[in-house]
Write a protein that binds this ligand. Structure first.
Ligand SMILES: Cc1ncc(COP(=O)(O)O)c(C=O)c1O
Length: 301
């Protein structure tokens, strides 16, 4: 992976190579951590973080689900992020805040175990590498909402995403699609899903999915662009008959879905409406749309 010079760990800025943990760290064994994926972009006014406050809010929400008390305020975490970008002097990239039960005791009750908090950043280009990806429905379903609290971003949940990704990559596809426990479409391993039918935009309602911040941004943006937006369940068969399908996520941004299993969506390329939404999204994150300036936290302000 691409690296940077410094990492923020428990309030201190340290060298990338010194950000190490003990092998008996609780989270290494039981995945008892919470994390965020955030992006920052080059803008005419220098680097800006996209929807930092919402990401930090979700980090605290996820921590609460694990009854983990973070020894920093939201403002403290936000400052760590912007300081780190300034110190590492990179113009755009990915931000990974993570908090985890650290070293102290083993066993499945983590209460009282020290909590470490870390922020790392690094350059990260296009996550899925294409304008429109080929997707395969995974044999694994998205974790049952009665097994976990679905809308928290907890490290352990990602084994579900990893298994699905390994399965479909082995079969030659770019990305997985996971159904929910009722057989409806849920989401990608690290993306929410949208579809367009007769000019109207749809996405999956809360329940089994992570409530993506990009999902929220796209819903807002589409409504502002005059589109009707609705949250509804959809079967895989119906999804395959949509006019356009796309993924959203901090890493994936807005990426078209050109194929699901053996079925082409549209002509298999990035759809026209999706392209319009994506172009507008990229303008917003790049600080070229005043209307959404409040979604950006400038690093040099
Ligand atoms: C399972 C899952 N769904 C959806 C998303 C998209 O969320 P966001 O737009 O907040 O990055 C992510 C990425 O964080 C994810 O891991």
């Amino acid at each position: 992976m691409e690296t940077t010079e410094k990492i923020w760990l428990n309030g201190k800025i340290i060298d990338w190579d010194d950000a190490k943990i003990h092998v008996l760290t609780h989270a290494l064994h039981y995945s008892s951590g919470v994390f965020e994926g955030v992006r920052f972009y080059a803008t005419p006014k220098g680097p800006a973080v996209f929807r930092l406050e919402e990401h930090t809010k979700r980090l605290f929400y996820s921590a609460g689900v694990l009854e983990m008390e973070l020894p920093y305020s939201a403002e403290g975490i936000n400052k760590a992020v912007t300081d780190l970008i300034r110190i590492n002097k990179i113009k755009s990239g990915y931000i990974r805040p993570i908090a985890y039960y650290s070293y102290g005791r083993m066993g499945l009750n983590p209460s009282g175990i020290p909590v470490d908090v870390c922020v790392a950043i690094w350059p990260w280009g296009k996550y899925l590498g294409k304008d429109a990806v080929q997707v395969k429905t995974s044999k694994y379903i998205r974790i049952h909402p009665k097994s976990v609290i679905s809308d928290a971003k907890i490290c352990g949940y990602y084994i579900n995403s990893i298994l699905a990704s390994l399965e479909v990559k082995r079969a030659g596809y770019d990305e997985a699609l996971l159904l929910d426990y009722q057989g409806n479409v849920a989401e990608g391993p690290g993306e929410n899903i949208f579809w367009i039918k007769n000019g109207k935009l749809f996405t999956v309602p809360p329940g089994s999915i992570l409530l993506g911040i990009t999902r929220d941004s796209v819903k807002t943006l589409a409504r502002d662009m005059g589109m009707q937006v609705e949250e509804t369940q959809i079967t895989l068969d119906k999804l395959k008959k949509a006019d356009e399908v796309f993924f959203t996520g901090t890493a994936a941004e807005i990426t078209g879905v050109g194929q699901i299993d053996d079925t082409l969506i549209g002509d298999g390329h990035l759809g026209k409406i999706t392209a319009g939404l994506r172009d507008r999204y990229l303008k917003i994150v790049g600080g070229q749309d005043e209307k959404y300036a409040h979604w950006l936290s400038y690093v040099n302000s």
